[in-house]
Design a protein around this ligand. Structure first.
Ligand code: HEM
Length: 475
């Protein structure tokens, strides 16, 4: 007769064996060849906590630096519950960007964007990009958007100067939402506009997270906010349709295509697409702009040069009796500002800017990168002294005489590369330039002790206030 304790001993032993096997498999993932070196960390959690340690925004994270020293430029790890290859090798990064087209993101983000999102789905991806180019590409910015951004930036800046203080992140966020909301929805009921803006309060930093959608967690709150926002968008469209009111340019473009029979985009997909643009625009530019303003504030020579450039533009317009509104030609003449923006995008790119899921098994030297793994390509070249002298110094003058309109090259790719190159790049540059133009017309400064950190996304734990005086410099 088997004793109870013997039975228990067998059960426990079986569980331990199973657990050990699972841990072994976790640490030694299957591959048809030799995987790049590196550690998979603890089961499920992997090395996420080390990876997500906050660090100075203009320093490559210690996690990556140490791994590169130990394993070389390409290594494996596990983050957010997924198997990941991190690469700082420019050749490999460019090759993967060229040949792999599925965006690499943890399941939490897939849930947020929607698995059938026009950008995520491979059958609609090209169409989503072409749609976006119709209202965020250079031509559309030049014809329509520049006036809106100019007006909003001017108004918000005046208001800030009147109060003596302006929160860069919050102000940029307001400008972007107001600007996009009008393009998307046309005129909106104030209640719906308020609700739309409110939804963003649920998207504070840290939206790059684990996949678990459990009540009480950040992902749960984000998904709830997403659903609420999509509901507001849908209801507004339906109401406008019912009353025969005009929709904004973006919806008109989307549904206009449908009418011509080019592509059938459901209201669900259309609202998800709009949501994606709002989310990406709101979670990137305000932070990068705030970091840029901090860099400028810490470098008085840069600030002086900017003031000179923008005073000249305002003075020229007054002398020529031109309207104060900024034109595309004014924008294109802001060469030093563009040098500042390029330099800021270079130095704050301390995250992977190419994120893909490996579509087919990939050979890299002796290594095999299996299909299905997430690939994160870091723009380490931005910090290579062979490409950039004294790479950690914020020095806009290093861009003198260079092609300032290029958003991607082998030594510079803050907006990624290949088929997933950021579609908002031109919009970002226009936003940042116009903001800097208006700010430079006031006396302003940001506290030196304002920390700018990264925890994958940029963070400003003590806010991004600038002290701004009503005392306009010109005009
Ligand atoms: C400073 C601000 C921004 C930075 C640094 C940035 C950077 C990036 C990067 C690195 C990628 C991934 C590229 C790749 O994997 O190769 C990307 C993709 C994307 N970005 Fe941006 N972005 C910014 C602002 C914006 C804005 C304002 C919008 C929209 C209004 C936007 C829309 C998108 C979209 C839709 C994609 C996916 C493109 C695709 O899958 O084809 N981004 N961005």
């Amino acid at each position: 007769m088997v004793e109870v304790y013997e039975l228990w001993a067998v059960i426990v032993s079986l569980i331990v064996v199973k657990l050990c096997h699972w841990i072994y498999q976790w640490r030694n993932p299957k591959s048809n060849g030799k995987l790049p070196p590196g550690s998979m960390g603890f089961p499920v959690i992997g090395e996420t906590f080390e990876f997500m340690k906050p660090h100075d925004a203009i320093q490559i994270p210690t996690f990556v630096k140490e791994k590169v020293l130990r394993h070389g430029p390409v290594f494996k790890t596990s983050l957010f519950g997924g198997k990941v290859i991190i690469s700082t090798a420019i050749g490999l990064n460019m090759e993967i960007a060229k040949t792999n087209h599925i965006p690499g993101m943890p399941k939490s983000l897939v849930r947020l964007f929607g698995a059938n999102n026009l950008f995520v789905n491979k059958d609609t991806h090209k169409h989503a990009r072409s749609l976006t180019n119709q209202f965020l590409g250079s031509q559309a910015l030049k014809l329509r958007m520049i006036q809106d951004i100019d007006f909003l930036a001017r108004t918000h800046m005046k208001e800030g100067a009147r109060k003596g203080c302006l929160d860069v992140k919050e102000t940029t966020s307001k400008i972007i939402i107001e600007c996009l909301a009008k393009k998307v929805m046309g005129e909106m009921e104030p209640e719906a506009a308020k609700e739309l803006t409110l939804c963003w309060t649920f998207f504070p930093t840290e939206w790059f997270r684990f996949a678990w959608n459990i009540p009480g967690t950040g992902v749960y709150r984000m998904v709830k906010a997403r659903n609420r926002m999509i509901k507001v968008l849908k209801e507004t469209v339906l109401k406008k349709r019912a009353s025969g009111e005009e929709l904004g340019e973006v919806f008109k473009t989307i549904f206009g295509d449908t009418e011509r029979g080019a592509e059938t985009i459901s209201l669900e997909s259309a609202t998800e697409y709009i949501f994606t643009l709002f989310l990406l625009a709101n979670e990137t530019t305000p932070m990068v702009l705030a970091a840029t303003i901090k860099l400028i504030s810490d470098n008085p020579k840069v600030m002086q040069e900017l003031q000179r450039e923008h005073e000249r533009i305002v003075r020229d317009k007054i002398e020529k009796n031109e309207k104060a509104d900024l034109t595309w030609e004014d924008y294109k003449s802001m060469t030093f500002t563009m040098m500042v923006i390029n330099e800021s995008l270079r130095i704050t790119s301390t995250v992977p800017t190419m994120l893909r899921v490996i579509g087919h098994e990939f050979k890299y030297g002796d290594y095999t990168i299996p299909a299905g793994w997430i690939f994160m390509g870091y723009p380490y070249v931005h910090f290579n002294p062979e490409n950039y002298d004294d790479p950690l110094a914020f020095n806009p003058w290093r861009w003198e005489g260079k092609d300032l309109s290029a958003n991607v090259s082998r030594t510079y790719f803050p907006f990624g590369s290949g088929s997933r190159l950021c579609v908002g790049a031109e919009f970002v540059k226009l936003q940042m330039t116009i903001f800097i133009h208006h700010l430079s017309r006031y006396r302003w400064s940001m506290k030196t002790e304002t920390p700018v950190l990264r925890r994958f996304v940029l963070m400003l734990p003590r806010g991004s206030d600038v002290q701004i005086s009503e005392d306009t410099k010109t005009g």
